[in-house]
Write a protein that binds this ligand. Structure first.
Ligand SMILES: O=C[C@H](O)COP(=O)(O)O
Length: 247
């Protein structure tokens, strides 16, 4: 049985005072919680880990190199040293803001694995891709290019995040979510074999809220969610965690 994961991506939001939300979330977890991962901005990683208890901590990016002259960047070893266990890689906002290619993301995933981190690898089509009927082609190419050989259920989580659904309130239909997640499952099984490919968790991301989470979690190949805006407040995120626990 695959692990269920509720991951929160705080993006570039929150200073130290925001950690009160992490504290509050810990007290709001259901009795049998899924795996919960909060990914705060890098300066908060250490302090987040100190008070997160059973909640795992993830970073939002890492550099592909282990160290060196890369002003402003953070290595995978530094992320692991903070106590984090996961790192989001290939998010569409980084692909857009920083020009990250599939090859760049692939190198970052390998760096994350070398540091003992699990990668939360993000894939997603633009609205233009979808309107042109290219969704599966784009997702397939991103998966092939961004995910190195050596993926396992322990070191990799895949998050499908259609760019047009992020922060917009425009959630895909259940049919659209199922189509992409089933496609990803088949691609993973074809490449890594049924055991490994069948065990890698697949998350949906894009405007997940308390009122739509339960329906999204009904899909067989949706193993959880990567949540942006609704992860910032414990009162908004806790019902999503509860819906996943009940799914
Ligand atoms: O990483 C999270 C996603 O970009 C989703 O963000 P959102 O829940 O604010 O739409």
């Amino acid at each position: 049985m695959r692990v269920k994961i509720a991951a929160g991506n705080w993006k570039m939001n929150g200073t130290a005072s925001a950690l009160a939300e992490l504290d509050a979330l810990r007290d709001m977890l259901p009795a049998q919680p899924p795996q919960v991962i909060i990914c705060p901005p890098a300066p908060l990683l250490h302090r987040a880990r100190e008070l997160s208890g059973p909640i795992l901590i993830g970073a939002q990016d890492c550099h592909a190199a282990p160290s060196g002259a890369h002003t402003g960047d953070v290595s995978a070893d530094m992320v692991a040293d903070s106590g984090a266990t996961h790192v989001i890689l290939g998010h569409s906002e980084r692909r857009a803001d920083h020009g990250e290619t599939d090859a760049d993301v692939n190198a970052k995933v390998r760096a994350a694995w070398s540091a003992g981190l699990a990668a939360i690898l993000c894939l997603g089509e633009s609205e233009a891709d979808r309107n042109a009927g290219k969704t599966l082609e784009v997702i397939g190419a991103q998966l092939a290019g961004s995910l190195p050989d050596g993926a396992t259920a322990e070191n990799t989580v895949i998050a499908y995040e259609p760019i047009w659904a992020i922060g917009t309130g425009n959630v895909p239909t259940q049919v659209q979510i199922v189509e992409v997640h089933d496609f990803l499952r088949t691609a993973l099984e074809d490449r890594f074999g049924p055991e490994v490919g069948g065990g890698i968790p697949l998350l949906y991301g894009g405007s997940v809220k308390a009122d739509n989470a339960a329906a999204i979690f009904e899909a067989e190949n949706v193993d959880g969610a990567l949540v942006g805006g609704a992860s910032l407040k414990a009162a908004d995120f806790a019902p999503i965690v509860a819906a996943l626990a009940a799914s």
